[in-house]
Design a protein around this ligand. Structure first.
Ligand code: SF4
Ligand code: SF4
Length: 203
């Protein structure tokens, strides 16, 4: 026969459940807020990242392509000063030696145990999509400005040899195609990965 649970144990278990629920809500809120920006390659999950990042700017200084910037105060008091990627302005070169990541002393950015090579196991940074209303070959004129910009095999396909199509299975969202695009506004749109999609992609 099982022993009845004492009041103290009941409170302890209840308290633990409340703490777990509260941290799940906090994590979900933090993840939703983070959909407004794109973290550097190999960033920890948002909540862990906020705890780990010392706002030292070393990753920003280490990036040779000037892709990273510190979030301004409007990002909120927890995220202010933490690094994000400005992929609307420049593309990430998925540097073979990941200088931004290796510059991070507290491992808020951290390579997987097996160091990836830049072409086959790059992290998914963002979502790139083609705006067919703006992309020239979709309305007639020839263009190949982005054709050779993509560093990831199979991510930018040239449909029928005339127009670009992005394969989301392979695309990392590095935005080098956007940088190469000659239209104004750019025909390649970059957006942050939503938390649900991140969960699917990470699964
Ligand atoms: S991988 Fe290279 S280009 Fe991309 S953010 Fe890091 S240092 Fe900059
Ligand atoms: S190097 Fe690491 S700790 Fe420093 S700002 Fe970048 S992510 Fe944060």
């Amino acid at each position: 026969m099982t022993e009845p649970i004492g009041r103290r144990e009941l409170f302890r278990r209840g308290g633990k459940k409340i703490t777990e629920a509260a941290s799940q809500i906090a994590a979900a809120k933090t993840a939703r807020r983070a959909e407004g920006w794109i973290r550097p390659p190999f960033a920890l999950d948002e909540l862990e990242f906020l705890v780990c990042c010392t706002r030292c700017d070393k990753c920003i200084e280490a990036c040779p392509h000037d892709v990273l910037f510190a979030l301004p105060t409007r990002a909120g008091r927890y995220a202010t000063g933490t690094p994000a990627m400005d992929l609307s302005r420049r593309g990430c070169h998925l540097c073979a030696d990941w200088p931004c990541v290796t510059a991070c002393e507290p491992d808020a950015l951290t390579l997987p145990a097996e160091k990836p090579d830049s072409s086959s196991s790059s992290p998914r940074l963002a979502i790139a999509t083609i705006d067919q209303a703006t992309c020239l070959p979709y309305s007639g004129p020839e263009c190949g400005a982005c054709a050779s910009a993509c560093p990831v095999p199979g991510a930018l396909i040239w449909e029928g040899g005339v127009r670009p199509v992005i394969d989301q299975e392979h695309c990392t969202g590095c935005a080098l195609c956007r940088e190469a695009c000659i239209t104004d506004p750019k025909a390649i749109k970059i957006s942050a990965i939503l938390s649900e999609e991140k969960t699917v992609a990470d699964a």
